[in-house]
Design a protein around this ligand. Structure first.
Ligand code: ITT
Length: 187
């Protein structure tokens, strides 16, 4: 059995990843390594995530998986996108709802990029879901979950999270399924 470290400051991500993966990775145990990795400033989320995976590998010295996400709002020209963490930590969901006040077009999408890095190989996996920004905050979930309603749902991600249904709809679930298929194929 070998180890694969998921490196992140966000334990909620790890819990979701664990519940999607269950024990589906062949001969591998997924472990959580809690570190706030430095993020370079760039408009390019691929570049940010690749650099993040390199810092993670330099800390763990063992195969790592990292994830970088972003919420993109159409009427704000894709904002906050690569700045999602900063915006969440500063103005939060209430601030985003204020920015969206009076705006009719509430289309938004979530992107997830997972990066696997074992020191010799770097591989990226993508997941994206469309949806909209709700007019008020719901309960449940974490991050932007209380203000994001996926296209295929009438409930916010917050509510879906509460009902343990978020993974069926999430950007994370889509990207992670691609990673699991690829990983089990190369092993
Ligand atoms: P890392 O240490 O793994 O980078 P992070 O929380 O900083 O953790 P990201 O930069 O990848 O994560 O995420 C950008 C923001 O988007 C951050 O504020 C998250 O809380 C939020 N976010 C990511 N995935 C989400 C999800 O599934 N539901 C709601 N918000 C999410």
């Amino acid at each position: 059995m070998c180890s694969l470290f998921f490196v992140s400051s966000n334990y909620n991500k790890f819990l979701e990843i664990k519940s999607i993966m269950k024990n589906r990775l062949s001969s591998t145990k997924l472990k959580f390594y809690r570190v706030a990795l430095p993020e370079i400033q760039s408009n390019n989320i691929e570049l940010i995530s690749i650099e993040k995976s390199k810092s993670a590998y330099s800390i763990s010295k063992a195969p790592v998986l990292i994830e970088d996400d972003g919420l993109f709002i159409k009427s704000l020209n894709g904002f906050p996108g690569p700045y999602s963490s900063f915006i969440y930590d500063t103005i939060g969901n209430n601030g985003v709802l204020k920015l969206m006040k009076g705006i009719k077009d509430r289309k938004a999408w979530f992107k997830s990029i997972f990066v696997y890095n074992d020191g010799t190989m770097i591989k990226l996996f993508y997941g994206e879901i469309n949806g909209k920004i709700s007019s008020r905050m719901s309960d449940g979930g974490w991050g932007f979950d209380p203000i994001f309603i996926p296209e295929k749902s009438r409930m916010s991600m917050g509510k879906l999270h509460k009902k343990a249904e978020k993974n069926k709809y999430s950007h994370r679930g889509i990207a992670l399924e691609k990673f699991i298929d690829w990983y089990n194929n190369i092993r």
